[in-house]
Design a protein around this ligand. Structure first.
Ligand code: NAD
Length: 430
């Protein structure tokens, strides 16, 4: 974890969110004290996570929970289990959550958590123990009206079920303390596909407004996990032609359009590598994906993949849609802007997941589950309003989409901070 690679990744996440913040703060003439308040986290916990391994030995892992801001509501954000998780990366991601929840106008702030561990190397019992110890160590800062975790890289619905159970031992039955739970424990219908669905809606609106075709349009997607696979499936259903997809093992390309229902079964349901797909088309490398000429490019795997050094000057698409968090570096943002390629930013495009997490929280608090139709309709309504809000500023001020989105988020969080007044009484998360 002390590798320079890790440090670079963490610094990148932080640098990306910081430089975007400065641009928007300047546009809003934000006061200096407010900038300081909104750059730093409200609270940052680092905890020891001692775990007894199956062979009888002990390991002491490190875990983090960073609450960036709770002025607009309880802090909200995922927990990732990853060998390279660290405090700086978690802080960058927690900050993004603050802007995302504000932009979608849901009553949450931003948080993120992580444990520095490779979950693939753990047995189910060890994974459960890591989760229970971590939850117990951060539980003083959690709660349905305080801070609500969710799954992220390396965690899933089962991990959320253990977190809910561990927290409930002290707090009483508290399903609203985490989201992304199994349906049987109060999870929401539609949560699994929600992020991909939200990305698709954003693309639909943009297509209607700016004439980049979606039906019959061509799409390349990096990543075929939760976000990328559902996005591909939903876009295919809308008549889009998905011509290139990739996962960690490589990519697959077909200018005539990949058979997405079969690819979905192969790579997402059966968990087989994308390049092993047997269908019309051929394999490509991960790097070749960036050379594919298409209408829409949707990086939906990792942060920091569109860079000045690698591909920002050469990618050949009409629009970039950020399915992943921070896939485009700030300098690449500028390069793409100069090239006339709009970037639909992560905290707008991939916000569908946190919106349906919010619906899950509402359903848990009311003890009243929603139908899938209601979830989908309400998600569509939230995404539409946020998109329209951002578009209005893009049109009025002539700024890029990311800057426009940032000004909305910053203004909302700053207003909540001012109205609450005493900055030590950030009580949603105190
Ligand atoms: P996931 O683990 O389900 O899938 C990740 C995919 O990326 C996998 O197909 C993996 O093989 C692929 N991948 C990994 N390294 C790659 C590489 N070098 N080249 C090409 N593909 C590679 O994760 P996910 O939930 O789909 O999340 C993807 C991104 O979206 C992350 O940045 C995540 O933070 C962000 N995000 C996810 C959600 C959500 O609800 N799942 C919400 C908002 C943002």
């Amino acid at each position: 974890m002390t590798s320079t690679v890790l440090k670079r990744t963490s610094m990148t996440t932080r640098a990306i969110t910081r430089s975007q913040f400065d641009l928007a703060a300047d546009l809003l003439n934000l006061e200096d004290y407010m900038r300081q308040l909104l750059v730093r986290p409200f609270r940052s916990l680092t905890v020891e996570v001692p775990v007894r391994m199956d062979d009888g030995s002990y390991q002491v892992l490190e875990g983090y929970r960073v609450q960036h801001n709770g002025a607009r509501g309880p802090c909200k954000g995922g927990v990732r289990y990853h060998p390279e998780a660290d405090e700086l990366e978690v802080l960058g991601l927690a900050t993004t959550m603050t802007w995302k929840t504000a932009l979608l106008d849901i009553p949450f702030g931003g948080a993120k958590g992580g444990v520095q561990v490779d979950p693939r190397g753990l047995s189910t019992r060890e994974l459960e123990e890591v989760t229970r110890v971590f939850t117990s160590r951060i539980s003083l800062a959690l709660g349905p009206y305080r801070d609500i975790p969710a799954p992220d890289m390396g965690t899933n619905a089962q991990v959320m079920a253990w977190m809910f159970d561990e927290y409930s031992k002290r707090g009483g039955y508290s399903p609203a303390v985490v989201t992304g739970k199994p349906i049987a424990l109060g999870g929401s219908l539609g949560r699994e596909e929600a992020t991909g669905r939200g990305v698709m809606y954003t693309m639909q609106y943009f297509s209607q407004d700016y004439g980049v075709p979606l039906k019959g349009g061509t799409v390349a997607i990096q990543g075929f996990g939760n976000v990328g696979a559902h996005l591909a499936r939903l876009l295919h259903e809308q008549g889009a032609k998905i011509i290139a997809v990739s996962d960690v093992d490589g990519g697959f390309h077909n200018d005539g359009g990949i058979d997405i229902p079969r690819m979905f079964q192969h790579a997402y349901v059966d968990r087989r590598p994308v390049p092993e797909f047997k269908g019309e088309g051929g394999t490509i490398t991960n790097d070749q994906l960036w050379n594919v000429s298409c209408d829409w490019l949707a990086p939906s795997a990792l942060g920091g993949v569109i860079t000045k050094e690698k591909n920002a000057s050469t990618i050949d698409c009409k629009v970039v849609v950020e399915g992943a968090n921070t896939p485009v570096t700030p300098i690449s943002d500028k390069i793409l802007d100069d090239r006339g390629i709009p970037v639909l930013p992560d905290f707008l495009a991939n916000a569908g997941g946190v919106v349906v997490s919010y619906f899950e929280w509402v359903q848990n608090l009311q003890q009243h589950p929603w139908s899938i139709t209601k979830v989908t309709e309400e998600l569509e309504a939230k995404m539409r309003v946020a998109y329209d809000d951002v578009r209005k500023i893009v049109e009025e001020k002539g700024v890029p989409w990311r800057t426009a989105a940032f000004t909305i988020s910053l203004a909302r969080v700053a207003e909540a901070e001012r109205l609450r007044g005493h900055h030590d009484s950030n009580s949603a998360s105190s």
